[in-house]
Structures are given as structure tokens and as C-alpha cells.
Ligand binder design. Sequence first.
Ligand SMILES: Cc1ncc(C[n+]2csc(CCOP(=O)(O)OP(=O)(O)O)c2C)c(N)n1
Length: 620
Amino acid sequence: MQKYPILDKINTPEDVKRLDAAALPELCAEVREFLIEHVSKTGGHLASNLGVVEITVGAHRVFSAPQDCIMFDVGHQCYVHKMLTGRQERFDTLRRFEGMSGFLRPAESPYDCFVSGHASNSISAALGMARAKRLLQEEGRVVCVIGDGALTGGMAYEALNDAGQSGEPLIIIFNDNEMSIGKSVGALADRLSRIRLKPRYFKLKAKTKTLLQRCPQGQHVISGISAIKNRLKSTVLKETLFELMGFRYLGPADGNDIQNVCTLLQEAKNLNEPVVIHLKTVKGKGYLRSEQNPDEYHGVSAFDVVAGQVKSKDQRSFSTVFGDQLCAFAENDPHLCAITAAMADGTGLSEFGKRFPQRFFDVGIAEEHAVTMASGMASRGARPVCALYSTFLQRGYDQLLHDVAIAGNHVVFAIDRAGLVGADGQTHQGVFDVPFLLTVPGMTLYAPASYAELESALQQAVYHTAGPVAVRYPRGGEGRYTDNTFDRPFAVLRHGSDVTLISYGIMINQALSAAEKLANHGISARVIKLNCLSNFDLSTVLASINETGRAVILEDSIQAGALGEKIAAAAAQQGCRAHIKLLNLKNRFIPEGTVDQLYSAYEIDSDAVVRCVLEQKDGR
Ligand SMILES: Cc1ncc(C[n+]2csc(CCOP(=O)(O)OP(=O)(O)O)c2C)c(N)n1
């Protein structure tokens, strides 16, 4: 017997259109089974995808991709879209090295109309596509799916403000499951829950429908009722935010009912104006464990479907060490505050939030706001620690420059997931922070390599550094290096006379392994570990490079503006004649894979260092 009798026959969205409407619920059930079967093997964003099955099937039934563009905000919920657009066979490679991306990636398929990964960009992108289509007289509509979590991001409001008055026939599907990764936060989430709970509106709606059905011409009236319904709704609910911004608003309605979804999408398609369809869905639907714990099943590693996900609670990581240290500070320091942008759990701050709720601020997916808000706090004497993933801090670069650095406010940035992060791929690798932070005047940047060093770095940053300061540390746990040399800006970890290996943070483990391997080749390598990457006197490091005559600078960063270039420039300026090689990620985007696979493929692992030194020795 075929496991997925309907889904197996779906190779393109045209196949979804050809199905009998009565077969759609069964297709949705098969899609859910397929998701659970595959994501439990590869890991990935399970709960979000289980929630959008009907929305995605409906979108591909009513619209005609790729001529119609279907955009997913964040894109972590695009797996169903990938299944319906000819990529079912690639699911075994989901988020793997040289495999299928877990986000929309235009290079992967013509059905992926725009890059996704970072939240809240979908409405802007969709509006841009709609405008371009009109200008170029190209056929096709633009639809975007955005969750209530992504709708906490400021860019979404900038786009709504523009799109609402644009007149473009853009369709926004608002996927409202009341969840970001954790519970959605903020005034909008609060307001929406009141809309959902407004019993007077729903009672009135039901009564009107029953009354009309009893009238002889009632059915006609019901078909044309949309306008009246919207007016009725507005009177009772006041106008929704979307209506105030110029959108036609349809809903709220059950987004896990496929017929419902198709009807509303068709209605929106018939309208020639900006429309928001408000659909309520259940995150994690179809797998009880994820329905009950959607936050735990938002992003999962491989797991056993029957037993569920087993999370070892005590596993230490740089994030948990950070969270513990911050709680320890907060116990004795009433001015200390923690800020997260929708990543309380990921950054290790959940416990802080429970223990110090008055001093814990989850601002939603709003990194720009987080940075400036932290600076506002610092300007009035509070001690804010703003914990963001490296890749998401990219959003706050101008806020860092303009709102923090010019005034020299003492904001501490805890930069989690710095360096390569693995399976999330090119949109999430934390490989730009060193270059962009080093461009900020007055910024101090620390790079601890062990748990003990992270604690010392935080102590240094929170209590002994003025102005803006960042501490960068990687995803996961420490490596072979577990010492603490944080009482100095840099430390010589190993003495040697033939070559100097310079690195920082987690990459120091690769440098130390390389030094051992080089010893087997008869090469004596000195290893220098940098603790502070900014504002320090490079002359001692340059003197060491001069002594050995050769150096390799190893970084998990793109090259432009990173430390290697800085040291090489300083060496040139000071007339240092040593031969310096830079080993880093060059200037390119790094796709998904395990971190070790990527170190090796992009040549920043210990073997690459050895090869580099041997080539240097041969004069290459
Ligand atoms: C700029 C940015 N910050 C943080 C994240 C991390 N992140 C990924 S998904 C997500 C929650 C999204 O919630 P929602 O849009 O409601 O989608 P759901 O998973 O609930 O369907 C967050 C915070 C991100 N992708 N981009």
C-alpha cells in the first residue's frame, strides 16, 4: 500500500489544483504525516510547519506559482511549500551539507521567490514584487504569509504603512497562532487576543447568519454579505489596525480548515486592492506533543516520534553559562537588566526572566528597538545587557552606531551564536559581527573561548569597561581549551619558534590542534590567543610575528574588516617583514552543514592551518 497516495502524485502546484476539493483534507493529513516522518529524522522547524499546512495547500490551490509569488516570512515554515513544489525527494537532505535549505532560497527553486531567514521582511519584499510586476506589466499576484511573531518586527509596520496606501493588490495572510518561538509578546498580541475573544461579535455574527438563512432571499444576501460583515465587525470591534492602515480585512477565521482557507483566498484574489486575511492556526497541529509544547517543537533536532524529544536539561553551553552568570550579577546588582528580542530560551535568559521579571525585557522580534531601548536605559543609569544572536544584531547596526556609540552609553551586548552556526545556513551564520563591530568607534569587543573566560569577560564588560562593549561567543559548548587567561588582552598558549598562529574565541581549539599536528612535521608553532579584539596595542603581537618570521591568523569570520586584515595592515605600517597568511571564510555566504563539515569545507579547521603553514614553508 502506498504510504502517501495523494501526496506522492503532487509534483507541482498544478497537481494540487487538479485535485477534487474533497481530497484536500486527506492531502493535508498526508502532508502532516510526511513532515513528522522526515523532520523527526533530520531536525528542523516542526511545529511552525505543522501549523501552516492548510494555508500553504490553499495558497498553491488558489494561486499559480511561480507566476504568482508566494512569500513566507522568516521562511522557517516553508517546508510544505517545498513539498508541493517538487522537492519531496530532497527532504532527507533538509538543512544538511549540500542539501536543501530550511528557508526560502531563490537559487534552489523558481518557486522560492525571495530570500528568507530573518523575520519581518516579507511585506516589504512582497510590496516590491507587486510594484515591479505592475511597472513591468507582468502577470501574477503576490501573496505573503506572516506570523504574529514576525509581526512584532518594526519593518513589518513600515511595510504595512506603505502597502496600505499603495493600492497594490497585495495579499497578506496573517498566520495568528499566538506564538513566536515562545508566547507572542506586546500590545498587538494582547489586542489580537481580545479580538479573538470578543464574544459579542461572534454571537452577533452567528445570529445574523441564522436569521438570514430563514429569509427567502437570505442566501443571496449571505453571498453579498462580506461588506456588511466587515462594517458590522468594525462597529463592534472598532477598526482593526489593518483597516486603519488601508487594507481590506478578512477574518478572523479558522486557518486549519482547508475549505475555509480556500474560500477566503479566492475572495481576496477577486479583490483588486491590498488585503489582509487573518487566519487563526494551531502551531504544532497534528502531533500532540508539539501541539501541547509548540515552543519546544519550534526547532528540533532529530527525535523519536513515539518517545518525543528528549532534552537533556543539564547540558551546559555558552548560552546557559551566560544566563547563570547574569542571574548571579542580578542578585547583587539591582541596576542590572536583561533584554532579549524574542529569544529568551535560545540566549539562556529564561531563568533570568522567571527570577527577575521586573528587570527582564522581551521586546519581540525587534533587534533595532532592543539596541536603542537598552541605550535609553543606560543613559539613565540602568545597566542593560542586551543578548542577541550575532546574525540578528546585524539588524541593529545603525542603532549601535547612532544611538549607543556616539553618546558612549554603556550597553553590554552579549553576542550569542557568533561564528558558524550550522544547519540554519547562510542567513544565520554569525560571521559578520567582528568586522562590523570593529568599525564602531569606542566599541570594546571581547572573545572568550571557554566557560570560565565567558564569566570573566562578562565581569569585565559589565563592571570594568566604559561605553559600548560586546562579548561574542559561539553556539554550543566549549572545546579542548577550558582555561582562563582573561586577565590579559592576549595570551601565549604555546611557545614555538617557526610560526605564530593567532586566533580567538572557539577557533583557538583549531589553532591548538594545528600546533600539535605541525609538531609531527617538525615545525614548532607558537599559539597566541586574543581575548580583546579592539583598542589594544598590537606591538607585542607584531613583535612575536617578527620573531617567528611567519604567521597565520585564523578566524570564523568573513575576511573584509576582520582581525586578520587589521593585524596585516598594522604589520605593514610598522614595517614588519614577516610572511602573514589570513585563514578565514573569505567574502562569501556560508550554507548549511554541521559546523565541523563547514570548518573543513571552507578551510578554517586545524588541517587547513597545517596545509597553510606547510605551503608557507615551501614559499607558496
Ligand atoms: C530578525 C530575526 N530575529 C529572530 C529570529 C528568530 N526566529 C525565528 S522564527 C521566530 C518566531 C516566529 O514566530 P511567528 O512569525 O509567529 O511564526 P510561527 O513559528 O509561530 O509560525 C523567531 C523569533 C529571526 N528569524 N529573525
